[in-house]
Design a binder for this molecule. Structure first.
Ligand SMILES: Nc1ncnc2c1ncn2[C@@H]1O[C@H](COP(=O)(O)OP(=O)(O)O)[C@@H](O)[C@H]1O
Ligand SMILES: [Mg+2]
Length: 379
C-alpha cells in the first residue's frame, strides 16, 4: 500500500499543506521543532485512529484554532484508491470517513491504513517494562485481525469491571467475580492463542533482521511467558476449549491471591514477551547498541507480519532515528526497507540521507515553522 497525498489543516503547528507523496522515498528535512514529527503523527493518526504519542485529540488542534482536517489518499496493493479523512473540533467532535462514508466507531478505521513507525523512543520496546511489549503485540495483531482487536476491547472492558470489584475485596462476591472471569476467558483466550501462533514467524523475521543490523552477532530469541502458570503447562496444541479450561482453572486457583492484591492478576494482560540474546535477557544484560538493534528488528518483524497476513506492505515512518544509529546500522536499515516499502523519513541531518541520494523515487521536503515545501533537486 502506498500513500499518494497527505492534506492537512491546523494539525499542531502545521497550518495548511497538501503534500504529494512519492511512492518510494520521502524525506522531510528541517531543524528541531519545525513540525516533522507532527507530520508523521498526522499520517499515523489515520492509521491508528489516535495519536501515536498518546496525545488527546484536542491537543492536536493548532493553538487558537477550532477545527482540524486530515486527509490521506493512497492505493492499496491491488491499485484500488482509498481516501481516509478525519475532522476534529475543539468542542470534541470527531468525524472519520472512509472513501467519503462516515464510520460509526473509530475502531472501524484500524487496519485500513497500515503504518509502522520507528522513533528513538522505540528502544523502550526492549529496555522498558513488559507493558511496552504487550502493547506492541496487541497493536501488531490488531492491525492484521479485526477479531483480535474486537476481543482486545472486550477483554479490557471486562478487566476494568473486574478490577473495580476487586478494589473492595470484602464486598465482592464470588458470583460477581465469576461473571467477569467468564468474559475474560471468552475474549482473552483468542488473544492468548493469536499471540502464540504468531510467535514462531515473528521470531524468525526478527532474528533475521537482527543479524543484518548487528552482524557482530548473537542470535535473537523471543519467549512468550503466559500468566496462566501451571494450568497452561498441561495444554498441548492450539485447541480453543482446552485453553479456555486452563484459563478458567488458573483464575479459580488464583482467586484468593487476586482478592488479596486487590486487582486482576491472571490473564493475557499479564503475559510477558521476553527478548533474549545468546540466551540472556536483553533488557537486563544487553548493550545500548544491541537493544537499539533489537527494537528495530521488532519493528521490521511487525512490518513483515503485516505483509504476511494482509498481503499489503505497510508504509514506513522513520522519525529521526538515524542519529541514534551508527553508520553501518543506518545503511543496513535503509537497505532492508527501501526495496519493498514506501518510506517517509523525518530528519534534521542531511548527512543521514546521503546514501539515499542516488536511489530512484526520492523526494525531499523542507519543513520550517509548520510549512512543508518541496526542495528542488539537481538531476
Ligand atoms: N497544538 C499545537 N498547536 C501549535 N503548535 C504545536 C501544537 N502542538 C505542538 N506544537 C508545536 O510543534 C512544534 C514541535 O513540532 P515537532 O513536529 O515535534 O518538531 P520536529 O520537527 O522537531 O519533529 C513545537 O514547536 C510545538 O510547540
Ligand atoms: Mg521530531
Amino acid at each position: 500500500m502506498i500513500l499518494t497525498r497527505v492534506k492537512l489543516l491546523n494539525y499542531r503547528n502545521l497550518r495548511e499543506a497538501s503534500v504529494e507523496i512519492s511512492p518510494k522515498i520521502n524525506i522531510f528535512l528541517g531543524r528541531n521543532g519545525q513540525g516533522k514529527t507532527n507530520f508523521l503523527e498526522a499520517v499515523s493518526y489515520l492509521s491508528l485512529g489516535r495519536s501515536h504519542r498518546g496525545a488527546a485529540d484536542r491537543e492536536l488542534l493548532r493553538f487558537g484554532t477550532e477545527h482540524l482536517n486530515l486527509t490521506v489518499e493512497g492505493k492499496d496493493g491491488q491499485g484500488e484508491e482509498f481516501v481516509l479523512e478525519a475532522a476534529l473540533s475543539r468542542q470534541g467532535q470527531k468525524r472519520v470517513r472512509i472513501d467519503g462514508s462516515p464510520i460509526r466507531r473509530t475502531a472501524d478505521l484500524v487496519g485500513r491504513l497500515s503504518t509502522v513507525l520507528f522513533d528513538p523512543g522505540e528502544i523502550e520496546l526492549v529496555k522498558g517494562g513488559p507493558e511496552h511489549r504487550r502493547r506492541f503485540l496487541d497493536h501488531t495483531l490488531s492491525m492484521v485481525s479485526a477479531d483480535y482487536f474486537r476481543n482486545l476491547l472486550g477483554y479490557r472492558r471486562a478487566l476494568s469491571q473486574k478490577n473495580r470489584l476487586l478494589k473492595e475485596p470484602r464486598r465482592a462476591r464470588d458470583e460477581e467475580i465469576e461473571v467477569w472471569d467468564a468474559e475474560l476467558v471468552r475474549h482473552g483466550t483468542p488473544l492468548i492463542l493469536a499471540r502464540r501462533r504468531i510467535l514462531p514467524f515473528l521470531e524468525q523475521v526478527c532474528a533475521r533482521s537482527y543479524s543484518s543490523l548487528a552482524p557482530e552477532g548473537g542470535s535473537l530469541t523471543i519467549v512468550l511467558k503466559l500468566s496462566l502458570g501451571d494450568a497452561a503447562n498441561a495444554v498441548r496444541g492450539d485447541d480453543l476449549e482446552s485453553w479456555q479450561d486452563a484459563f478458567h482453572e488458573a483464575l479459580r486457583v488464583g482467586r484468593a491471591r487476586e482478592r488479596q492484591l486487590g486487582h486482576a492478576w491472571i490473564g493475557p494482560h499479564r503475559d510477558r514477551l521476553e527478548l533474549e540474546l545468546r540466551g540472556r535477557s536483553l533488557r537486563r544484560y544487553g548493550s545500548q547498541g544491541e537493544m537499539r538493534s533489537a527494537a528495530i528488528a521488532l519493528k521490521l518483524g511487525q512490518a513483515e507480519l503485516i505483509y504476511e497476513r494482509t498481503h499489503e506492505r505497510p508504509v514506513i515512518l522513520l522519525d529521526d532515528i538515524f542519529s541514534e544509529l551508527d553508520h553501518q546500522r543506518t545503511r543496513a536499515l535503509q537497505k532492508l526497507l527501501h526495496e519493498e516499502h514506501q518510506l517517509l523519513i523525518a530528519t534534521a541531518r542531511k548527512e543521514d540521507i546521503e546514501a539515499m541520494q542516488q536511489w530512484s523515487g526520492l523526494r525531499i521536503w523542507e519543513v520550517e515553522e509548520g510549512r512543508i515545501a518541496p526542495v528542488e533537486q539537481a538531476q
